[in-house]
Design a protein around this ligand. Sequence first.
Ligand SMILES: [Mg+2]
Length: 266
Amino acid sequence: MRTARATRLRDAVYGQAVGDALGVPYEFLGRGAFEFEGMIGGGSHGCKAGTFSDDTSMTLATCDSLRELGRIDVDDMRERFVRWWRRGDYTPDGVCFDIGNTTSSALRSGHGGEGVRDNGNGSLMRISPLAFVDATDEEIRAVSAITHAHEISCQACVDFVHILREAAGRPETLRASLVERYASTSESDLSTGGYVLGTLEAALWCFARTTSYRDCVVAAVMLGEDTDTTADVAGALAGTYYGIESIPVEWLEILRAKSLIESCLF
Ligand SMILES: [Mg+2]
């Protein structure tokens, strides 16, 4: 039988994998420039429907490291990220079709980007598994810093992990605080171009402004631009909060590489 934390990890990972796959076909399209058509194929990478991207692949690599070692080992995580990038591990088609600039530089050099311009959402999008293990804030920062070592990115990861833990443990307190926090934020205040704080704010806003997993991730996709990552982060939160049973079955059916996902969970 799964422990409560293992169940929540599963909720989060499926929540984000489905969000990621929903967003992939619309990545880079502007807000208001497209209609949401469900879990379809296509997009700038020409993917089959249900294909998740780097966000979920790097999350699975993180899970697999935690599963196999039973502890947080950033060197092992980095090696798995390299195998994803170079060999296509943790992907539906055995190929890495998208990687951010900061991530590729970090994996090439062995050092996470420390510049203020290295604050894309590339560590936020893969940090969720840390919410469901005994990870200190310093350990969360260290896992971010494998690729994104600037304080803004590290702190965003710490904040999001704390939010996921709250979603798992004190869900109504979390919802009330986020609803209040975003009460006067409008869609035009949100930026979804890939900056880590923009992505985090947009994902939290989508969660606060909706009342179901489906509506939350559709709202995230409809914000445009970095659709897969906004929906990945929003999906991790909505998955944790509402549970895997809230994810529309037709989306779970189309989601690819579910046996790979299962093999990485613990
Ligand atoms: Mg992606």
